[in-house]
Write a protein that binds this ligand. Structure first.
Ligand code: KIV
Ligand code: ZN
Length: 401
């Protein structure tokens, strides 16, 4: 297989913003859009123009200021949504309307209360309308993964015939397993030869914790656009986390012959920008960008990482923009890590003194959850200690490192 180009479609400012506690002001969206631009995303979904005046204004501002990526607005398959999206995108260098329309019977019957035929008509007319107003049209059969495959094929065929050039197959409710999600892409490609030249896109939710695995399965099955959010924020359990998909492509490039345009060193800084904007960050154990993602406490691990980081790290912190790995001193830490940290703090202990310090350390670690550098300094045998401005400066510098 040749190395195809995979496009990263970021929906932090749309699907991500739809999650509780994640709403952003226009200025915050713009600030975040600049960070996403620097990260190198290909398509930036800035909002859902008709949903609010704020979203519409944010899309206008993003379209004016962010010139490299394609700017997208979500729209239902309705004239008013599509016209509102087109107006908000007028200044974009390259514009995309992303139309979604439910395709599963459960959504058609209980939510939209329309027949399958009516849905096909709406898909056709909305894509035709949008095609004349922006540079490109993306079509999403919402709840694709719970849609009858025959009807899904029919709806996709209608959208393509009407002019959609990107077909997104959302796992709207996070229901799919990776092998099923990949198979859906293969099934459609087999059934519909007209998909040759059309970009297929993955959009996964994390209700069963499989959003990233499903996205990767889709890429392996031929998807060449992946829709993600920073820190995995999004409806309910969230969307596929962009940083995790990108890291998987970095570490397991052997399985995914795709190139992309992300600046991987911007992953962590972008995650930090989002955490600041929405006032909450990822959980500490979150892959790639969580505070523990490159932290080691267990003695055996610390010893290994000090000898060679490859023992317990599958990517370097620097490769994803994390400034350093972190040796956390706690009850699982060993002598090597203690000696290393004390050395960083200015104390090279011989074996006997290290024995004393380590004994004190073990006692302390049993009592105390968080052990700080000042605690460690107090473990050094008294005759060696030199508490001074110099030591305080060493603590301050190495704590920041
Ligand atoms: O999850 C979903 O189905 C969506 C669509 C609007 C693409 O977010
Ligand atoms: Zn979604």
């Amino acid at each position: 297989m040749t190395a195809d180009r995979l496009s990263f479609f970021d929906t932090t400012l749309r699907d991500g913003e739809q999650s509780p506690g994640c709403s952003m002001s226009i200025a915050e969206k713009l600030h975040m859009a600049h960070a996403l631009d620097a990260l190198g995303v290909d398509i930036l979904e800035g909002g859902f123009a008709i949903a609010s005046e704020g979203d519409s204004q944010a899309l206008e501002a993003i379209s004016r200021e962010i010139r490299r990526p394609t700017i997208a607005s979500l729209a239902r398959a309705r004239r008013e949504d599509i016209e509102s999206a087109a107006r908000a995108l007028e200044s974009a260098r390259r514009s995309r309307i992303h139309i979604f329309l439910a395709s599963s019977d459960i959504h058609l019957k209980h939510k939209l209360k329309i027949s399958r035929d009516e849905a096909l008509e709406n898909a056709d007319s909305s894509v035709r309308l949008a095609r004349g107003l922006v540079d490109e049209v993306e079509f999403s059969p919402e709840d694709a993964t719970r849609t009858d495959p025959d009807f899904l094929s029919q709806m996709v065929a209608v959208a393509v015939a009407a002019g959609a050039t990107i077909i997104n197959l959302p796992d709207t409710v996070g229901y799919c397993l990776p092998q099923e999600y990949g198979a859906m892409f293969e099934m459609l490609r087999k059934r519909l030869p007209q998909l040759e030249g059309i970009t297929l896109s993955a959009h996964c939710h994390d209700d069963l914790g499989m959003a990233v695995a499903n996205s990767l399965a889709a890429i392996a099955a031929g998807a060449r656009q992946v829709e993600c959010t920073i820190n995995g924020i999004g409806e309910r359990a969230g969307n596929a986390a962009l940083e995790e998909v990108a890291a998987a492509l970095l570490v397991r490039g052997d399985c995914f012959p795709c190139s992309h345009g992300l600046v991987l060193e911007r992953l962590y800084p972008t995650s930090q920008v989002l955490s600041e904007v929405i006032s909450f960050g990822p959980s500490p154990n979150k892959a790639v960008v969580g505070s523990n993602a490159f932290a080691h406490e267990a003695g055996i691990h610390q010893h290994g990482v000090l000898a060679n980081p490859l023992t317990y790290e599958i990517m370097t912190p620097a490769s994803v923009g994390v400034p350093h790995n972190r040796m956390v001193m706690g009850k699982h830490s060993g002598r090597h890590a203690l000696a290393h940290r004390l050395q960083q703090l200015g104390y090279s202990l011989d074996a006997a003194d290290l024995d004393i310090a380590y004994h004190r350390f073990s006692e302390l670690a049993d009592r105390k959850k968080s052990i700080f550098d000042q605690d460690l300094l107090a473990l050094v045998p008294e005759r060696l200690r030199r508490f001074s401005a110099e030591t305080d400066a060493a603590v301050a510098t190495t704590s920041r490192a």
